[in-house]
Design a protein around this ligand. Structure first.
Ligand SMILES: Cc1cc2nc3c(=O)[nH]c(=O)nc-3n(C[C@H](O)[C@H](O)[C@H](O)COP(=O)(O)O)c2cc1C
Length: 178
């Protein structure tokens, strides 16, 4: 990285933490992402940046579908670890869930430790190198309950969580892979 880029400046960019799920040919998967953001209100559209190596990337690319579950602060580290540090090619992450809903597009939606859920259909994507940014129309959105959304800062400062290599915010000199 160029000497005039101090990556610590990126730490002041704030995020939430989400479980992004997708489905392809009847197989479902999900992963943690901090990069979900709303891009327009009318029509309601959101975006997410997903690493090309992730199984979730393969599923979203093929089906054009993804759901977003907004995590709350009570989400245990074991649960976050399953979705954020393990690949769905190796484990069934949904075995860590007590409730997974099927959305109207057929996409799975994780309901554990979740404040609200959003279901989407991709209308465009941009190849940004290691990641693809998927832009999507919101098909449905539901608020489940009030609570404190889990922020990226809370995850790091209170839960003492780290970011794996495939997270867009990974800092090699700060985070060591598990
Ligand atoms: C706090 C945190 C934030 C993350 N944010 C992202 C993200 O925004 N985009 C991404 O592609 N991966 C992100 N990851 C990494 C993926 O969750 C991780 O690579 C996961 O194992 C991919 O699973 P899959 O191969 O089953 O799709 C994040 C992980 C953590 C723990």
């Amino acid at each position: 990285m160029s000497e005039c880029i101090d990556s610590r400046a990126f730490r002041h960019i704030t995020y939430g933490l989400y479980i992004v799920c997708s489905i392809h040919e009847g197989k479902k998967n999900g992963q943690i992402a901090n990069t979900v953001f709303q891009v327009t209100a009318n029509p309601p559209r959101i975006a997410v940046s997903i690493n090309k190596e992730n199984l979730t990337h393969e599923y979203i690319s093929n089906s054009g579908l993804f759901s977003v579950s907004v995590l709350d602060e009570s989400a245990p580290m074991k649960f976050i670890g399953a979705f954020g540090f393990r690949c769905g090619r190796d484990i069934d992450k949904f075995s860590f869930c007590s409730e997974v809903k099927v959305g109207e597009t057929g996409c799975p939606i994780v309901m554990d430790y979740v404040l609200s859920v959003i279901e989407t259909r991709v209308f465009n994507s941009v190849d940004v190198g290691t990641h693809t940014v998927f832009f999507a129309d919101v098909i449905s959105a539901e608020m489940l309950r009030e609570g404190e959304p889990l922020t990226y800062a809370y995850y790091h400062e209170v839960k003492k969580g780290r970011s794996p290599k495939n997270a867009p915010t990974y800092e090699a000199h700060v985070n060591k892979e598990e």
